[in-house]
Design a protein. Sequence first.
Length: 496
Amino acid sequence: MNLADKLIEKNTEVKDKTCFVAHGKNVSYHDFYKMVSCFKDYLLSKDIKKGDKVLILVPMSLELYVSLFSIWSIGAVPCFMDAGFIKNGMKKNDFDDIKAVIGITKYILYSNINSHLRKLKLKINVNVMYSLKYTHELTNEALEDEFPGILTYTSGTTGKPKVAQRNHEFLNIQANILFDNLMYEENDIELSTMPIFTLSNINAGITTVIAKGNFSNLGKTNPKDIIKQIMNNNINRIMAAPGLLGIVSRYANENGIVLNNVTKIMTGGGAIFLDLINNIKKAFPNAMILTAYGSTEAEPISKLDMTNLDEYYINKIKEGFGIPAGRIIGVEDCKTIITDKEELGELSREEFERLITNNVGEIVVTGKNVLKGYVGGIGDAKNKFSVDGIKYHRTGDMGIFDERGELWLRGRKKEPFFNIEASLHAQFDIDKTAVFENEGKIILVLEKGLNIDENGIKDKIKFATIDDIKFVEKIPLDKRHSSKVDYNELRKILYK
């Protein structure tokens, strides 16, 4: 199969329906189809062919999806880096097998800091697609299900970082699971900041309005721009990271803005605390709030409707059980294990079952929507293992299952303290927190300006020992989603 075949289907089924709202214009599915056909021909004229790897340096936009579907149509392989890595990670990656770069001007310039990319003759400014004329129907290269669909490069700490490869079958399965679980309706108009989920929108035939976000650093997004888009485009559903939802909902609440038209909000990619949910509910009083847990290697793993959590959830959060992630979906098996081994290799079923715990452990998963390995096997030993020949992925996240069989999150293996943070957020409206261990002591970090008594905080979380509370001007977050604490940067701030 070829994922670009989905666009041919939609051009038949809903050709006149708006696919994207971009640059102040409605782009129908047929308009999008024609743009892909034109850009595909342009790429072919530049000698891009089946199997060639093309690095796409384009933020989330209409141009991104035209590039992606055009490359798929040829049977070439689109390659990506997370936006936050484009400046800092470019130099560290080994791109010696990349045939071409498609990008916006400033990212093409950034690419020159990489010795391999600097030598490339084929660098295409994405805006060239607007000078092309439509001449014929789109046809797609026939591909095997296992043919690589997307390669995602990490920033890497050496010249050989992990590269996640998702094939066409994998991406199709993922899109179908998302379609089954994200409650699509025919007339939905979605504001989106999460690129992979927009592929599911296209499969569902709904309209996507790409948020006016700062996609290299979502935390710098202007909430007024987002609110204006919601109001002007009759948005009824939102797909966004918790960091962005926090910025928008707090701004709306501080300025007395109520966004009644939104009826569905989907979020994931970071810790989702109760004070955030309460702020979202106040700003979007008619919205169902659905959270999804997953990762690049396994998306989705679980989901939960957090709109109206009952006392069971509220009490367990306050008591320090963690962040509720809900029931397992998509993956075929999800367990928590305890092991001090960095590599697990090949295990028998009996050996695996001895690692499984009913208490807090590392979350491991397997299934058709779980990546079985990385390109060249780099990273496989530490992140993958087999049970009687069945490949499992180690998420690096800590979690626990409750008596209902639902998953609760505790954070990354190095900082498994979501239970402390979640309890605090359930009892205070504090926006950002961080908890980590330093020289055997548990440190809680808050931002300055909070009107909270330190002793009162400790009284609220007697299930945990907090050795010290520190205050900083701003807790540093990841630039990709502005949802996860950058602990390396935080340590630099605290221990200069």
